[in-house]
Unconditional design. Structure first.
Length: 297
């Protein structure tokens, strides 16, 4: 099932997306929001499926609906994975301004970003050049935890995933370097991380290693890689992240970006006012966002 968030008559509702015919069907308010379904377990998802089966008419063309971020209620910061495609790790060698690790990491690299970064699949990406001169794009697959767990064995990790969606971890590289080598500040600027366009339940994805991750800026394809090139699998990320640390239903985990980022290019490419960023993952949908000057300071 593909679960979207939209506003109907002033109230946030869950919509069931039919990607084949490009429609979304608003579900009854009794189903709750996408956040409610994620936290409600199998019974809540079954109720959503039953509501969809009974919906009959009422489907709306996606072209006539403005979708929100599928999720709005966050337990904590967005949990993120760095350097999870070796081609991305290698392309940035010598370009991290003295923050290069000596070797390839043997374990996933984790950091967080604030939940106020999250915007919808068609919202403007906030841009304030007074805050940073190096706004970079990072196409990623996001997974959403659907079942609480701590120290989850790798072989059971995917059982804790509710579903997957598309994200762009827009980053400010100069801020990322300026605060002691940690990444929180350069990853947490308000209204800069598109998420969506909907949440695809895990049972809809047959091959997690065959998802194609792409990012275009102004029509130019700058990132294009298969999830099969990840350094650490989705299951490994969950297992290591949860070791001694409880993951809860509703937690969002970004799984890393492939090569092609603007900071590693020669010449470098950074985002600016008016740029159009398209982020897509095969089977999960597409984000279409404009970079727009927004006072943030």
């Amino acid at each position: 099932m593909k679960l979207a968030s939209l506003v109907v008559h002033g109230a946030r509702r869950t919509g069931a997306v039919n990607d084949a015919d490009r429609t979304v069907t608003p579900l009854p308010s009794s189903v709750g929001t996408v956040d409610d379904i994620v936290r409600g377990g199998p019974a809540a998802l079954d109720a959503a499926r039953t509501a969809m089966a009974r919906a009959g008419t009422g489907a709306l063309p996606l072209s006539e609906v403005r979708l929100e971020s599928p999720l709005h209620r966050f337990n904590r910061d967005i949990l993120c994975t760095g350097w999870n495609y070796w081609d991305h790790f290698e392309e940035s060698k010598g370009k991290r301004e003295g923050q290069d690790p000596p070797d390839r990491p043997e374990h996933p690299t984790f950091f967080t970003k604030g939940p106020d970064t999250v915007i919808g699949p068609a919202d403007d990406i906030a841009f304030d050049p007074r805050l940073s001169a190096t706004w970079d794009y990072e196409a990623e697959i996001a997974l959403v935890i659907g079942r609480d767990g701590r120290s989850i064995p790798e072989e059971q990790a995917l059982e804790h995933v509710f579903g997957y969606c598309v994200a762009n971890d827009v980053s400010q590289r100069d801020l990322q370097r300026a605060h002691g080598g940690q990444w929180l500040k350069g990853k947490s600027i308000d209204r800069t991380m598109p998420l969506g366009p909907w949440l695809t339940t895990s049972d809809e994805i047959d091959d997690l290693s065959g998802l194609q991750v792409q990012c275009e800026v102004n029509g130019r394809l700058l990132q294009d890689a298969s999830s099969g090139r990840m350094a650490f699998s989705f299951a490994r990320i969950i297992a290591e992240l949860s070791r001694g640390m409880t993951l809860r239903a509703g937690d969002v985990v970004l799984t890393g970006t492939p090569s092609g980022i603007g900071n590693a290019r020669e010449p470098q490419i950074f985002l600016g006012d008016g740029d159009v960023v398209v982020t897509r993952v095969s089977g999960l949908g597409e984000l279409h966002n404009r970079v727009a000057w927004t006072p943030l300071t």
